[in-house]
Design a protein around this ligand. Structure first.
Ligand SMILES: Cc1ncc(C[n+]2csc(CCOP(=O)(O)OP(=O)(O)O)c2C)c(N)n1
Ligand SMILES: [Mg+2]
Length: 620
């Protein structure tokens, strides 16, 4: 057997460089490179191997969490056909990636994490940053990656790579099982050499399968749709990952079935498609939510039915409602006691189109859809042009961004009041242009996530919609965007704190306690003083970005144009009225209210809460 002598770290890089994926006859190199930060736990191992492999790009970021977010933004934009690996030192560098790992796993996004680990040899323990355990030597902080990883291994001996790396690839490239994959790399093992079989480094192509469903279940699903009166589709992220938009458009054109889109599925159909009712669920449109209430068959395509999608199990009120779930993951296809079509979305939609040639929803249902859609579009126009004074409403800010964007440009966001507003209002022309991280809804995703999208497609403008709360949590990778020439347009909406959680707190009787960015008032002891003096533009400039403060909607529109013309990351800061919100439409979200309190406002909220709870359903 021919062998090649490499360190563990060198072997990993050589292996990663040679992995490819294939789908629909297209072959792509799976890893675009490595993101991360060096410390003593990886500098002489993975760091040295990267230096020796300049054809495997390495990007130095400012926070390990950002590295994982960037990889997630990138792979989502690539429909999971390509990703990055992330390297960190041991201890805090490693644990900084745990939030990113959870985000990747929840959103079903493939990322490879290579946290450094403590000496396998152990004689020098405890090393700097080591968590010691009095009851075992076989535990460390990297064990905390286990619940947030789809595959986890620790490499104590170089030759373990020979059996571990193929497992890493199996999981990363599995449409059903993918998520964060963690290989913990003890720092001494990273530098240790071994005679690896050369075959390990041969080019490998991982075929990404499209598989069809069980025939009996398929015929049951066809019958259920054929005998339904008011069927409705819930289009999730799986539609995009499967590249099934065309198949979905053909299916709904033929059958007349309306579609509601989840956060991950938004853009599955163009917004002006007659059957696209827009966002569904707690952050849904009046059109989608009213249809969902009465629908007798829900066809979930590539959705995990989060509580936002089901409006905490209140969205579907027809007593006889049944579910058909098309999903590559059995785990999801069985949800809500559905007829499970455990299969690829595109294949299934094509097969259903063929099998339901003679089916169309009745004229009354089609007319209802048309009326609901028309009034929803009027509502969006109203919210885009509120002309609120003196400060604009956030919906006007969204309208102006939408006006400035080309149909192919990408909007990225994650947490705050804007995910709900954008889910309802953003008018998506095509797939992969609305990029909301709403599985983990993680503040701090927006900037590195947008950078990952831009790396995936440098020809498009990428907008990161960022709240002032998010900005203050993780602005540091603006500098990385400057370092790498990854231009994004950031819109920072300054509303002096958490409009989202503040509004939620108000609606639950707590008046926005602890959600405003104000000085502590010495009299009351509360955060009720002057607004905190944050100069976001100066802060962004200090990190190398262009920055514009817009004081009116006219200035904001001009700033958007300037940002589009700019060659480097541009941050636009705009103040918006925290209290002028986009309303909810025929929907609800379960956030438990205190059962007992001395506050009348909380008692009142609790009574309303108990009434609302009654609409929650089991689907058995
Ligand atoms: C990392 C993280 N911490 C906390 C939260 C809970 N959370 C959700 S939205 C939000 C406030 C966001 O504030 P900002 O970015 O200013 O947006 P706004 O609510 O004002 O629109 C918080 C704290 C979260 N989603 N992520
Ligand atoms: Mg805010």
């Amino acid at each position: 057997m021919a062998t090649i002598r490499l360190t563990t770290a060198q072997a990993i890089i050589k292996f990663l460089k040679n992995q490819y994926v294939r789908r629909d006859g297209r072959e792509i190199q799976f890893f675009a490179g490595m993101l991360g930060i060096f410390g003593h736990g990886n500098v002489a191992g993975v760091g040295q191997a990267l230096q020796e492999n300049p054809d495997f790009p390495y990007i130095l970021v400012r926070n390990e969490q950002s590295a994982v977010h960037m990889a997630c933004g990138f792979t989502k934009m690539k429909n999971r056909m390509q990703t990055f690996a992330c390297t960190s030192s041991i201890g805090p560098g490693a644990t900084n990636m745990i939030t990113g790992a959870a985000l990747a796993t929840i959103n079903r996004l493939p990322v490879l994490l290579l946290p450094g680990d403590i000496f396998a040899r152990r004689n020098v323990a405890p090393v700097l940053q080591q968590l010691e355990s009095p009851y075992t030597q076989d535990i460390g902080v990297n064990d905390a990656f286990k619940p947030v990883s789809r595959y986890w291994d620790r490499i104590y001996r170089p030759e373990q790579l020979i059996t571990s790396l193929p497992e890493v690839m199996r999981v990363l490239t599995s449409p059903a099982d993918t998520g964060a994959v963690t290989l913990a790399l003890p720092q001494d093992v990273q530098a240790e050499a071994y005679d690896f079989p050369e075959e390990l480094f041969a080019q490998r192509v991982w075929h990404i399968s499209r598989w069809t469903s069980d025939r009996f279940l398929f015929s049951q699903a066809v019958d259920a749709i054929r005998t339904s009166k008011h069927p409705m589709i819930v289009a999730g992220g799986g539609v995009l990952y499967s590249e099934a938009s065309q198949a979905l458009a053909s299916f709904v054109k033929q059958t007349g079935i309306p579609v509601g889109e989840t956060q991950a599925g938004k853009g599955a159909l163009p917004y002006d498609h007659p059957q696209n009712m827009g966002a569904i669920g707690a952050t849904g449109t009046s059109a989608a939510n009213q249809l969902a209430q009465d629908a007798d068959v829900i066809i979930g395509v590539g959705t995990r039915y989060s509580d936002f999608t089901t409006a905490s199990k209140t969205a579907f009120q027809n007593p006889n409602v049944r579910f058909i779930n098309i999903n590559v993951a059995e785990f999801d296809s069985f949800k809500h006691s559905a007829i499970p079509l455990t299969a690829d979305a595109r294949l299934m939609l094509e097969e259903l189109t063929e099998a339901l040639k003679d089916f169309k929803v009745d004229a009354g249902y089609q007319a209802r859809m048309a009326t609901l859609k028309e009034s929803w579009e009027m509502e969006v126009d109203r919210l885009f042009h509120l002309n609120n004074q003196p400060l604009p409403a956030q919906s006007e800010v969204i309208g102006a961004i939408w006006d400035s964007a080309e149909p192919t440009d990408v909007l990225v966001s994650a947490a705050g009041s804007h995910p709900g507003d954008l889910h309802k209002l953003w008018r998506t022309h095509q797939p992969n242009t609305y990029h909301m991280e709403y599985g983990y809804s993680c503040m701090g995703y927006e900037i590195p996530g947008a950078m990952g999208v831009k790396i995936a497609d440098p020809l498009r403008e990428v907008y990161a919609f960022v709240g002032d709360g998010t900005y203050l949590m993780m602005p540091s990778d603006i500098l990385t965007s400057v370092q790498e020439g990854i231009k994004i347009i950031m819109v920072v909406v300054d509303n002096h704190g958490f409009a989202s959680i503040g509004g939620l707190s108000q609606s639950l009787g707590s008046g926005g306690f602890g959600t405003r960015f104000r000085m502590r008032d010495l009299q009351s002891g509360q955060l009720e003083g002057e607004y905190l003096p944050v100069d976001f533009a100066a802060n962004a400039r200090s990190l190398g970005a262009e920055a514009i403060t817009a004081c009116s909607m006219d200035e904001f529109r001009q700033a958007l144009q300037a940002a589009r013309n700019a060659t480097k990351t541009t941050v636009i800061v705009v103040n918006a009225d925290r209290e002028i919100r986009v309303p909810g439409y025929d929907s609800w979200w379960d956030v438990a209210v205190a059962e007992t309190s001395t506050m009348d406002s909380v008692k009142k909220a609790r009574a309303e809460y108990e009434a609302a709870l009654k609409k929650e359903r089991y689907f058995l």
